[in-house]
Write a protein that binds this ligand. Structure first.
Ligand SMILES: Nc1ncnc2c1ncn2[C@@H]1O[C@H](COP(=O)(O)OP(=O)(O)O)[C@@H](O)[C@H]1O
Ligand SMILES: [Mg+2]
Length: 224
């Protein structure tokens, strides 16, 4: 279970204070698929970066199984990210000079899997699971389509069996049909592994198929 209480994030900018999130409250049950919609600048990426301990809140609590991740030390935040969270970004963020399988193997190495042959086997299974053939697994990102690159990034996000996947507009660079397939894949994987997913999307059709949808407007969150 993920519970957010009175979460606030303000940035000091040259023209004054920006209130990116104001007193946000919600919870998502383990294994649920939640979507977040809202206009550009409404605070969606800020919220995901706080949930993933990529940034610290100005105020409030983020309880993951009762531990407040906002209060973890820097080293513990890194451990939390490596073991509990999988990130999926709009721009895929794959390492360009590594093949698809090497990208996934690297995540497994960061997750502490020592044996190279085990990393190879698990990466192969993960990539087959998201629909990449043996040949495609050996290609570098530039030789894969956008949809295939996002599949690799999903495999990478799942590598260390995270409790939570945070996806920031994962289909933002894809055509709507490919985007729907990517969301279906995420949905199928949640059910299989009981992974909680929180995904930002612009596509209301997609949002309508998730377990619950939150709307962010000027840093204020409401349930749709
Ligand atoms: N590092 C930062 N410094 C100053 N302002 C920021 C920073 N990051 C985001 N903001 C501001 O916070 C607000 C929310 O941004 P963001 O979370 O990126 O919105 P969204 O992802 O919904 O487009 C915007 O007004 C944005 O300009
Ligand atoms: Mg954003």
């Amino acid at each position: 279970m993920l519970t957010v209480k009175n979460l606030t994030k303000s940035y000091e900018a040259a023209h004054g204070t920006v209130h990116a999130l104001s007193n946000v409250n919600f919870s998502v049950q383990t294994g649920q698929f939640a979507s977040i919609i809202g206009k550009s600048g409404s605070g969606k990426s800020t919220l995901l970066s706080l949930l993933g301990a990529l940034d610290t809140p100005t105020e409030g609590e983020i309880l993951v199984d009762d531990a407040d991740i906002a209060k973890l030390s820097g080293a513990k935040q890194t451990t939390y990210r490596a073991h509990k969270i999988g990130f999926v970004f709009q721009q895929y963020n794959l390492i360009p000079n590594l093949s698809a399988i090497e990208n996934v193997m690297l995540a497994l190495e960061f997750g502490g899997m020592k044996s190279g042959s085990k990393r190879h086997k698990r990466a192969q299974e993960l990539l087959l699971g998201v629909g990449l053939s043996d040949d495609e697994q050996l290609r570098k990102p530039a030789r894969l389509s956008g949809g295939q690159q996002q599949r690799v990034s999903i495999a990478r996000a799942l590598a260390n069996r995270p409790a939570i996947i945070l996806a920031d507009e994962p289909t933002g660079n894809l055509d709507s049909e490919t985007g729907k397939k990517i969301f279906k894949l995420l949905h199928d994987l949640t059910r299989k592994e009981n992974t909680t997913i929180i995904a930002v999307t612009h596509d209301l059709d997609i949002a309508g198929k998730t377990d619950r949808t939150f709307l962010l407007k000027d840093g204020t969150l409401t349930l749709q």
